[in-house]
Design a protein around this ligand. Structure first.
Ligand code: SF4
Ligand code: SF4
Length: 167
């Protein structure tokens, strides 16, 4: 596993990578993609839905770290980081790639009492990464929004809480 938060990362990127870990661990813990499709969790069977590359303002540092850790990937594939077993990125995914899960997986979570909305999570991730508020539907930037560590911890706790099973 590569270093999750490389030293010298900016604060917004470090926070983003913390949320990525939280979501990654949660998706892994469900075993859904692996058990049903033999994929790494959130491994994106359906690359076309997620579409690569994703252009998000403020992503330059994330993109640069991704390339320095994983290289340019396999440029012959639709997404250079896809593989027959799913996504090879364990860290440093783009916001869409972290947040996206398909409708089958979403339904399976709903059945366990988790109301997961990948659009909402995507908006949260781009907001944290860019220190700005975004419109969840259009993805457009609304206004700058810097949060302190306490506010970030509260957002993280809220996300964690929303991912708890309620059977
Ligand atoms: S989220 Fe859905 S499409 Fe993506 S790997 Fe899992 S099962 Fe496949
Ligand atoms: S980076 Fe990974 S999750 Fe994103 S499109 Fe490529 S294979 Fe899918």
């Amino acid at each position: 596993m590569p270093e999750r938060i490389p030293p010298g990362s900016s604060k917004p990127l470090a926070r983003y990578l913390e949320l990525e870990l939280l979501l990654h661990n949660f998706f892994e813990s469900t075993g859904y993609c692996r058990d049903n499709y033999g994929r790494t969790c959130n491994g994106c069977c359906n690359e076309n839905v997620v579409e690569y590359p994703k252009n998000t303002s403020g992503c330059k540092e994330l993109d640069a770290q991704r390339v320095s850790i994983y290289g340019p990937g396999d440029l012959t594939r639709g997404c250079p980081y896809s593989s027959d077993k799913g996504c090879i990125l364990e860290t440093h995914k783009s916001p869409k790639c972290i947040a996206y899960i398909c409708s089958n997986f979403t339904r399976a979570l709903n059945e366990k009492g988790i109301d997961y909305d990948w659009f909402e999570t995507h908006t949260l991730l781009i907001s944290i990464l860019n220190e700005a508020r975004f419109d969840w539907w259009s993805g457009s930037k609304i206004e700058p929004c810097c949060i302190n560590d306490e506010e970030f911890s509260a957002i993280k706790r809220q996300l964690e809480e929303s991912l708890r099973y309620r059977e």
